[in-house]
Design a protein around this ligand. Structure first.
Ligand SMILES: Cc1ncc(COP(=O)(O)O)c(C=O)c1O
Ligand SMILES: N[C@@H](CCOP(=O)(O)O)C(=O)O
Length: 361
């Protein structure tokens, strides 16, 4: 077979190459990329109808490992490699570890993951393990894991790639760039789930940079939503024992607390809490009405928007973007919980029986 030169063929290049001149990374950093970013901005007919405005879903489950973390991880891993690191570490509620493990595999770095024992969705755990990470389960919560990861990185030759690493936010801010590039301006309101708070900080960084460059005429109001059992930013104090079925945001002391508060305050936004019941209901509604299957934590922004509407908040005539942060296939167990017998009925391999069971006959 003759070799075909594909180097000049158009392809999304990943967030570093697409936005390199806008990222605060050292010159000459070679991108370790899985072609992350360039994710869909999907119009939600359902939410637009409910609000009387225009609602877009930024579907971050489209990323290579199924969450927004890949945008930051390409930057953090590329920088770690550039600086000569041999090993990387993260604390994780699941998605960061999946992402880190994949990018570490791509780059040849050795990945070490610290997770809270028994609180990681199976799909995410599988990703980290299959990509070759060493996964240590810690008797403690995410906040304990992050403290340990920081201590390891301080004392041993291993680079920390959680969102306390500024390169992570540099990569993640590209989601804001993509939204403005697509819509032609920033939205009026941006809604998203908040856990460790790196993502809201990164979006604010991106929107602010684009407004400063004149690529957007405004910055959106930032509305962050947390799970009621893990809502330190709503309560104004760390939560010692965070609890929620949305395990990705089971975090009691967000590392980017101050940056998140700045984003909310400067934008005229705020934080609100929604219950697990509201989150899981929003997850199912989104899947059934818009065809977008997200993991529980990712539905927190949708739940928040619905709760705002129920509380009389108006989104009418506004352009709203809701980031749905990760793919539903990561946690099918929680998605199916409470649905009873998911296989409606078993039938013989007979067309009449099938038609009858399906209510067609
Ligand atoms: C799927 C998902 N959504 C939302 C979040 C919250 O993002 P952040 O920690 O940047 O606030 C996380 C991680 O915490 C996550 O994994
Ligand atoms: N949800 C996160 C928690 C860690 O967040 P990070 O953005 O600081 O890495 C995860 O997936 O682990």
């Amino acid at each position: 077979m003759s070799t075909v030169d594909v180097s000049a063929r158009p392809q999304w290049r990943g967030v570093i190459e697409e936005y390199r001149e806008l990222l605060d990374l050292p010159a000459g950093v070679e991108a370790v990329t899985l072609r992350e970013g360039g994710t869909g901005l999907v119009h939600s007919g359902w939410l637009s109808g409910l609000t009387g405005g225009t609602v877009w879903l930024k579907v971050e489950g489209d990323n290579p490992t199924g969450s927004f973390k890949d945008r930051g991880m390409t930057a953090a891993i590329s920088l770690a490699k550039h600086e000569g690191a041999r090993a990387v570490v993260c604390a994780s509620t699941g998605n960061t570890s999946a992402s880190m493990a994949a990018y570490a595999a791509k780059s040849g770095l050795v990945p070490l993951v610290l997770v809270p024992e028994g609180k990681i969705a199976a799909g995410k755990m599988a990703q980290a393990i299959v990509h070759g990470a060493q996964v240590l389960m810690v008797r403690g919560n995410f906040d304990d894991c992050l403290m340990l990861a920081r201590q390891l990185a301080d004392s041993y030759p291993v680079a920390l790639v959680n969102s306390v690493n500024p390169a992570r936010l540099e990569g993640q801010k590209t989601a804001a760039f993509e939204i403005v590039d697509f819509l032609g301006d920033a939205p009026d309101v941006h809604v998203l789930p908040v856990g460790n708070a790196g993502n809201i900080a990164a979006y604010w960084l991106g929107y602010t940079q684009y407004a400063g460059l004149g690529r957007a005429s405004r910055r959106p109001v930032m509305r962050g939503f947390q799970a009621a059992g893990a809502a330190p930013l709503v309560e104004g104090a760390p939560v010692a024992h965070p609890e929620t079925k949305a395990t990705a945001i089971r975090i009691g002391n967000p590392a980017s607390w101050k940056l998140a508060v700045t984003a909310a305050e400067e934008s005229g936004g705020r934080f609100r809490a929604v219950t697990d019941e509201q989150i899981l209901a929003a997850q199912h509604e989104l899947a059934r009405r818009d065809g977008v299957f997200v993991e529980p934590a990712s539905a927190t922004g949708v739940a928040g928007l619905l709760a705002d509407l129920a509380a009389g908040e108006s989104y009418a005539d506004l352009v709203t973007v809701v980031t749905v942060t990760g793919h539903g296939l990561k946690d099918t167990v929680t998605a199916l919980e409470g649905l009873g017998d998911v296989v409606d009925s078993v039938v013989d391999a007979d067309v009449a029986a099938v038609a009858q069971a399906a209510g067609l006959a």
